[in-house]
Structures are given as C-alpha cells and as structure tokens.
Design a protein around this ligand. Sequence first.
Ligand code: NAD
Length: 499
Amino acid sequence: MQELTHYIGGAHVKGTSGRFADVYNPATGEVQAKVPLANVEEMAQAVDIAAKSQPAWAAVNPQRRARVMMKFVSLLNRDMDKLAEALSREHGKTLPDAAGDVQRGLEVVEYCIGAPQLLKGEFTDDAGPGIDMYSMKQALGVCAGITPFNFPAMIPMWMFAPAIVCGNAFILKPSERDPSVPLMLAELLEEAGLPTGIIQVVNGDKEAVDAILDHDVIQSVGFVGSTPIAEYIYGRGCANGKRVQCFGGAKNHMIIMPDADMDQAADALIGAGYGAAGERCMAISVAVPVGEETADRLVEKLVPRIEALKVGPYTSGKDVDYGPVVTAAAKENILGLVETGIAQGAELVVDGRDFSLQGYEDGFFVGPHLFDRVTTDMDIYQKEIFGPVLSCVRAKTYEEAIGYAMDHEYGNGTAIFTRDGDAARDFASRINVGMVGVNVPIPVPLAYHTFGGWKKSMFGDLNQHGPDAFKFYTRTKTVTSRWPSGIKEGGEFNFKPME
Ligand code: NAD
C-alpha cells in the first residue's frame, strides 16, 4: 500500500502522528493509498520553516516572482496528462474534466504573472508643502489554505498562486480524499524555481485545521468546502485575529422562461446538473421552469437525455459522461436523500438507484436521478445533495421563480434561460446570488474576474482570484514623507567640522 507524505521544507516527509486516512480509487472502491494526518507539532514545524523562508522571498522583486509563475505554467502544461490521471484516479472524475480542473487553476497562475502591475502602489506628489504620500502593498507573511476534495488542482492554485506571487509563504492543507495532485503541484513549483519553504503541503483533518487556526504566526486562512465547516473556520480564525475568507456550499437554481430554447436549456441542464456527478459547487441542482407547459416540455426533453448518460470509470476515456462519487459515504448520503425525496412526495421521474456497472460493482457509482414537482419544504430542495440528482420545482410566474432562488439560504450561482433581454436584465439586477448566468448554466468567472457566492455560500469580504486575491494576500502601508532641504541648495566646498 502506498504511503503518501507531507511536503515540508522542500522534501517529502512521512507522517509522524501515527494517524492516517484511506485514499480510495472511487471507480473500484479499493483503498489505493493512505495519507498521513498531521498533528500540531508537524504543522508547527512547517510554519517555522515558512516564517524563516518568507522574508527573503518577499524581498525578491515582483518581476522575478512572476517569472516563477511563468515557468510553473509551462510545467503544468508539460505534465497535464500526468496530473489529470492522478486526479481522476483519486477523485473519480473523467480525464477531460480532470484536465479542466488543472486548466482553470492554471489560468489563475497566468493572471498572477501580472503581479508587477497588480502590486503597484499609489503615489500622491506634493500632498503638502514638500510632502509626498505613497501606499505600498506588502505581503502578509505566512498564509494557509484549506481545500475541498472536488477541485484538488484548481482550488489550491486559486489560493497559493496569488499568495505566493505577492511574496507570502503558503501552507496548504488539502482534502484528505485526494491529496496526490496538491503534492505534485508543490514539487512543480519548486522545479519552477520557488525557494524551499514557500510552498508546503501538510495533510490532515480537523486536528491540522485547528493547528492552523490557532497558530499565531499564520496571518490569513482561505477555506473552500461545506458551509458548516466554513462557518466554523471563519468564526475561529477571525476570533484569533486572522484575515479569513471561507467559501461554502450551494444550491444553484436555473430558471427556464417559457420563451427559452428548450433544447438548449435541456442540454445545459444535463452538463450543469450531472457533469462531475454533480460534485461541483456551481452545479445546477434545481431547475425552475416557469409555467406548467414549460415544465412539461422541459421534463419531456430532459428524460431521454438523462437516460442516455454514460456513467463509468475515467479509464474508459472520452466515452464516459461522469464517473463515481468520491466515497462510499458520499454515495450513501446521496441515495439517502433520494429516499427522503420519495418519502416526502416528490415525483422520481428518472430513477438511478439500481445503477450498477459490470466489473465495477464495488465502485461508488450513482445513476442519474430526476425529481419533478419538488416543493421548498422538502429536504432534497433545502439540502445540498452534491450528487447526480436534479430537482424540478415548478413555478407559475417569473416572480415566483426568482423568489425561490432569492429565498434559498445558499447564493453561490444561478442562471436564467430566456430570449427576453428585459427578463434577463431584471434577473441579473435583482437576484441575491454572487454569480449569474444568462443562457449560461455554470457561470464560473474567468481568472481576471473574481469568484464568490453570497448568503451562506461565502463568509468574508473578498472573493477568490482576480483583483480581490491581490487585496486578500497583501496589506497596505502608507508612508507620508518630507525631506528637509539638502544638497540642492548648493554644494559645500569647504571642510566643515562635525557639529
Ligand atoms: P468539507 O467541508 O467536508 O471539507 C473541506 C475541507 O475542510 C477539507 O480539507 C477537510 O479536511 C476539512 N474539514 C472537514 N471537516 C472538518 C472539521 N470538522 N473541522 C475542520 N476542518 C474540516 O467539504 P468537501 O466535502 O471536501 O467539499 C464539498 C463541499 O465544498 C460542498 O459543500 C461544495 O459546495 C463546497 N465547495 C464550495 C466551493 C465554493 O467556491 N463555494 C467550491 C468547491 C466546493
């Protein structure tokens, strides 16, 4: 059995806590590795190394720091297939989807190459007589990030690339479900020229997370994961005086207006609802058709498409639409919620409960499900399912439809499908959700914009990547300076004794 390591001080180091977690191959259900779970001492060791290494890195000029990112991009491209394969093997998503995971992280690294421009400060000439005032953006010191299982390449890169290019040292605590790619990324960064100790990966669970939250030297914590943990980390991190941003769960609604192109809407729902087995925080899990006739047409178009979905292991290549979910526990939770949906009166139009794949009977595969006539009091509506289960909530009017999305506790992403510019404009303006698509089902902003939800999907002030990341990973220092009149008043030619 492969024993994974931490990456501390530029080397792979074995865990010393004696605690491990199993890392599965979700397609076969086999344990393929064990990952060490760090204790407080192991975390403290990484923090010490980070704190010692960081000042010299912050003193490297921004252009040279950006060059490390440039080189890192070329190494990511070189190793794309290797990274995607390692990612699929632990996560279960298809190979093209895994390459997309790396790619969307890589794009943030590309954005970070602009650091010399993005880190420029502000200057006021002659703010008073002979007085200049200028502001600098300086690194925080040691930063940490805690990431979820569902994007093991993209989300770590969204955090560590801006943190590092701003001159910080970064400690990553990746998900214990799929830790191999984060370890590979740390190695690649050092191959790209990053000095030892600036990126470290400390694997672990709650114990390692608490060690981050309680360590005085760590200045900032970024978290992405489920909402209860986001709330916990935000509370404890802030109480300990850290800068914290936490991104949580989601329940993304897509509103389908009667004038929408129903084929396009159905196609969009298939990709956004079932892609990556629904394990995306920007997945659409609720379809809200407006009007009974729209709903009937939509369901009629969805059913054959859902029944045609190909579910299988990533090793089957491009012939698979989505793979297994991440663990047996995740599968059990999804199927449990499906039972609740039936018990609470939702209409199960496509039933994936009996799905099984020959040769992969122990894999964590879940067949696709479609519920119709879901109501807002049901668990399958209120809870994040994080699986291949789409719920259809029928609305009589546009106002009722927008009201559903507005009233839900989550506010990560949402979309409207319509041909009417006025409806789309009204929706984009009024909706209380952070990322909005107009005829675009998964409106994930590109690297140079920012990513973040509203309501219970986000705790903190600044979004991920884009200009906000450069604010989150720096602090401003403002200097007011006056120079007394000196040498320009005339040369001194005579020897002057010391006064
Ligand atoms: P999770 O909350 O279980 O785990 C996330 C991280 O927190 C992991 O590193 C894990 O080790 C750690 N953790 C787990 N339990 C903890 C505890 N009790 N105390 C301290 N740390 C703990 O989330 P997950 O299952 O890995 O990821 C799926 C969730 O992430 C979904 O809710 C999804 O919506 C969300 N997500 C949100 C975004 C976003 O940007 N809003 C993006 C991706 C995923």
